[in-house]
Design a protein around this ligand. Sequence first.
Ligand code: SF4
Length: 385
Amino acid sequence: SCPVNAITAGDNTFKFLRDLATPNKLVITQMAPAVRVAIGEAFGFEPGTNVEKKIASGLRKLGVDYVFDTTWAADLTIMEEATEFQHRLEKHLAGDKDVKLPILTSCCPAWVKFIEQNYADMLDVPSSVKSPMQIFATVAKDLWAKDKGIPRDRLISVAIMPCVAKKYESSRPEFSRGMNYDVDYVITTRELIKIFEDSGINLSEIEDEEIDSIMGEYTGGGIIFGRTGGVIEAATRMTVEKMTGQKLEKVEFTELRGFDGFRSCDIEVNGLKLRIGVAHGLREAAKMLDKIRSGEEFYHAIEIMACTGGCVGGGGQPKAKKRVETLKQRAEGLNNIDSSLTLRVSNENPHVQAIYDKYLDYPMSHKAHELLHTKYFVRVKNPKK
Ligand code: SF4
């Protein structure tokens, strides 16, 4: 059973269309990495084709004021997450018993709720960094909008996600100011397909348009978030560079890739073998956590994604007849974008660096903690209403 009751999550299409038609509202969108390699399937493109520029064009035709990209915030997430990992690792190696490893990537809300409900004794495992969707929305409302003089209640922040669980995540009270949520609502890939179709927008027939700067530019580390093993690979790229003080000659950690539900590998850095685990699908996640809990396995860092294949296989993505083959094609689409880019490690993103220079000082600073980190809670499964 889905930890976030995804099947009952509401459709926000009407809200989106209503806000676009309301003159005093300013609507901004962000789109997750996995959306761009799947949405094209509904318009005749092969799975894995990157249609991000057509999505930008289509959203502007609908009336969206600014089209941004969650991938930009994925780079910011890695800045915090890799730094947190390095701090925890250094303390662990120095013998600090209060510091627990492994550290877990925390951008999948279904997985986060699963650990809150089922492994309450392990809540010190997830990184405290918010997901890219929530980081984007915090920066958009608390920094970008303030800079532009846009009042919080005039700005409508919409997240286009491959994921139904993101609807639940956006409604968690810790991500709101009173009744004003950082993400006003989430539209899934399938819902956006329907909106485009109903509005007569065919992605195969429209021109490409650029995503808006500055919260639109990303590195290869950010884009691979959308497939299994991608978040931990992005974090490993930056961690290894920081630990060795040297630029990586080869940024691909192919040992972290693949489609096995539960996989482990060792990555050598400065004479230390970093043990890393990756799981996708909650059954595989439970197997991994049980081994960690019993002491049968030790990891320095782990990544868990609730959906098979990671976000490319999210519950809000187009349904595929040849499911595994399609998910692999979508994942390969993200790898192709990554390898086509000049900047492939998240800390190389100049617009992320600029956010630190202007507002946040440095990763894990007091200001960064206030804006970009969160807390987890013990949750009871299916509480009586
Ligand atoms: Fe959502 Fe699935 Fe991605 Fe988790 S793995 S964030 S549930 S799409």
